[in-house]
Design a protein around this ligand. Structure first.
Ligand SMILES: NC(=O)c1ccc[n+]([C@@H]2O[C@H](COP(=O)([O-])OP(=O)(O)OC[C@H]3O[C@@H](n4cnc5c(N)ncnc54)[C@H](OP(=O)(O)O)[C@@H]3O)[C@@H](O)[C@H]2O)c1
Length: 276
């Protein structure tokens, strides 16, 4: 199977290292550890999600692991991503701690959460985590095109994804093109603008015309742009609704209208303002 190829009836894609990643994930940023996170993950698995996106910085890996075990879905059928918190020093040791919290033997994907302290220093530890079997694939997040290039100059094992803020309103065309040209799949985080974009009148108009919801329209846009997409919700009916996105298509006119909402100028930067 070639990198970039879609599998599983268009629900997964082949990464540059040959591993397959489900295109739709439940994101669990800002979901408190405990019943709220466990319920969200369990409901997602029941609704057919097979990819969960957590992070060391979210403090809820233990709940993700518990929900996975309680769900009865086999470990090998679920793609688990966590992210190295670059406020700590050792990606290899931190991966081991994530495995303990999650209660799994290996991560499917381990990502440098943001390029704090520069884009390259953490990569040796990420590669070691992979060599030791703690993670099957390794990647990055919040890296601009120039930071991707800096990393690729020194990497022995290349990152296979870049997870960035991405939606019609943050349509970072330059970054998407740079990632695709360098063999990195782009993962769209905050695809609903952390809720903000759901209120946009143009998104609402398209949704109403199609008998869909604004969330479904935004998630579908990301899928049709070839992205991996990570919507977050803690409400069961929304989690279910956000997964009903493989049974309709946006026309090219609607895709163009949504593309036109971009406020980044098609940048190749990952963020307008750094938080670190
Ligand atoms: N790598 C990074 O630095 C980074 C940064 C940000 C995010 N992320 C990842 O991306 C994921 C998603 O981003 P995000 O958390 O910013 O938010 P998002 O998915 O863009 O939006 C989530 C918000 O939309 C609401 N919502 C979700 N589905 C809805 C629906 N069908 N109808 C109405 N409202 C709905 C949610 O409310 P309820 O929960 O109350 O339903 C929540 O307020 C994160 O959880 C995380 O995994 C990564």
């Amino acid at each position: 199977m070639a990198a970039g190829e879609l599998t599983d009836n268009g629900r997964a894609r082949v990464l540059a290292d040959g591993k397959q990643i489900p295109l739709l994930a439940l994101g669990v940023w800002q979901v408190p550890d405990g019943p709220e996170c466990e319920n969200a993950v369990r409901w997602a698995l029941e609704a057919g999600y097979r990819h969960i996106d957590t992070a060391q910085a979210y403090g809820n890996e233990a709940s993700v692991g518990r929900a996975l075990r309680d769900s009865g879905v086999a470990r090998e059928d679920v793609f688990i991503t966590t992210k190295f918190n670059p406020g700590s020093r050792d990606p290899e040791a931190e991966a081991q701690r994530s495995l303990e919290r999650l209660g799994v033997d290996s991560l499917d994907l381990y990502i440098v959460h943001w390029p704090q302290g520069g884009p390259t220093w953490a990569w040796d530890g990420m590669q070691r985590a992979r060599e030791r079997g703690y993670a099957r694939s390794i990647g990055i997040s919040n890296f601009s095109a120039s930071e991707v290039d800096d990393l690729l100059k020194v990497a022995e094992v290349a990152p296979v994804v870049n997870q960035v803020q991405f939606s019609p309103f943050e349509f970072r065309r330059g970054l998407l093109a740079a990632c695709e040209a360098r063999g990195l799949a782009l993962e769209a985080y905050s695809p609903l603008g952390t809720g903000r974009h759901l209120r946009d009148p143009q998104v609402a108009e398209i949704a109403e015309r199609l008998g869909r919801t604004p969330a479904q329209v935004l998630i579908r846009w990301a899928l049709q742009r070839g992205l991996i997409v990570l919507p977050k919700s803690t409400h069961r009916e929304r989690i279910e609704q956000n997964a009903q996105v493989f049974d309709f298509e946006l026309t090219s006119a609607d895709m163009d209208a949504l593309d036109g909402l971009d406020g980044t100028g098609g940048t190749d930067r990952a963020l307008e303002r750094l938080w670190w």
